[in-house]
Design a protein around this ligand. Structure first.
Ligand code: AMP
Ligand code: MG
Length: 323
């Protein structure tokens, strides 16, 4: 089940990984736009969304795609230069593409979540991408509110390797493969039981979570080194493969109404769960992918190796009770 979805998805994400790695190396300051929510978007975000939508549209016509980007900004005359670069990168993959076709491909990702749909974050961790650090290409298939297939392309993991592709199909475990090809290997969350020995990861960007509280929690667990900071869903890949044990994302007090986007968590959360780990929000509730484009019914994220999950939830509740 879902074999064709997995094969086509992996191939499309691997192609996008190679393209984005090239873009990341060649980026200049002018290759970035600022969206209305003040977040950055680059030529790689648009080009990846076009490339992956093209593959999905060809092989799975009629299945909605809920992607993060749309073509509106690159159609503005002042963004001509950026658009030209996007066209140039995409023509390397398909010389027949023209500007109109590229905008249409990007806008294939403009569907609403409903029934069975794909969700795509073409560049998750754009800020990490711009710093030359970690980012991920995240694609997931959601069916009736449940993530069934998750694919995570991590071009800089490990650094300098050509990248790692992770995937999971619900009920079939989690896997990784070197992006340049090789043998697929099952991955497993760590079996550590002693919190003080555990590795704790969090977002690099301070505004995306509550780092003071996260540090407090890691200390209460007895962990002496500070949390390791890393952009994007690469954190889920790290927990799923046993390289870290706890990924915590407590809402930043400055943005209490922020709701997590489905494309920021669908692929990664399934990969951790299928690797034997546990994922919930910070109240211990399962992530609810049936509430539209955001995880409207959830607050924050906790992904762990499973063993330490309840202990972290307890500490979060204790802190909340004493506030
Ligand atoms: P990370 O690198 O794990 O922080 O994940 C990057 C994602 O954080 C981006 O794709 C954004 O969608 C998301 N993000 C942006 N603003 C916030 C916020 N205030 N709180 C939580 N996440 C955010
Ligand atoms: Mg994202």
């Amino acid at each position: 089940m879902l074999q064709k979805e997995k094969e086509i998805g992996l191939r499309a994400v691997a192609a996008a990984m190679a393209m984005t790695a090239a873009v990341q190396k060649e980026m200049t300051g002018g290759d970035t736009l600022t969206k209305s929510d003040r977040s950055p978007v680059t030529i790689a975000d648009f080009a990846t969304q076009a490339l992956i939508c093209k593959a999905l549209g060809l092989h799975f016509p009629g299945v909605p795609i809920v992607g993060e980007e749309d073509s509106q900004a690159i159609r503005q005359p002042e963004n001509r230069e950026i658009f030209t670069k996007i066209v140039r990168y995409l023509k390397l993959y398909d010389p027949a593409l023209d500007e109109k076709m590229i905008c249409d491909l990007i806008d294939m990702g403009g569907d609403e979540p409903d029934g069975t749909f794909w969700t795509l974050d073409p560049i998750d961790g754009t800020k990490g991408f711009l710093r030359g650090e970690q980012f991920a290409i995240a694609l997931a298939l959601v069916q009736d509110g449940q993530v069934r297939l998750g694919i995570l392309g991590c071009p800089n993991l490990p650094v300098g390797s050509g990248g790692t592709l992770f995937w999971a199909i619900r009920g079939k475990g989690s896997w990784k493969i070197p992006a340049r090809g090789g043998i697929a290997a099952a991955i497993h969350a760590s079996s550590l039981n002693e919190p003080p020995l555990m590795k704790f990861v969090e977002s690099y960007e301070s505004s995306h979570s509550d780092k003071d509280t996260q540090l407090d929690i890691s200390r209460r667990l007895g962990i002496s080194s500070p949390p390791e900071q890393m952009d994007s869903q690469v954190k889920y890949g790290i927990v799923a493969s046993g390289l870290a044990d706890i990924y915590l994302r407590i809402p930043n007090p400055a943005t209490p109404d922020y709701r997590e986007k489905i494309w920021d968590h669908a692929a990664g959360s399934l990969i951790v769960e299928e690797a034997g780990g546990r994922v919930s929000d910070i109240d211990g509730k399962k992530l609810d992918f049936s509430a539209g484009k955001t995880l409207h019914h959830n607050r924050g994220i906790l992904a762990t190796n499973g063993a330490v999950h309840d202990r972290v939830l307890e500490i979060i509740a204790e802190i909340a009770a004493n506030k």
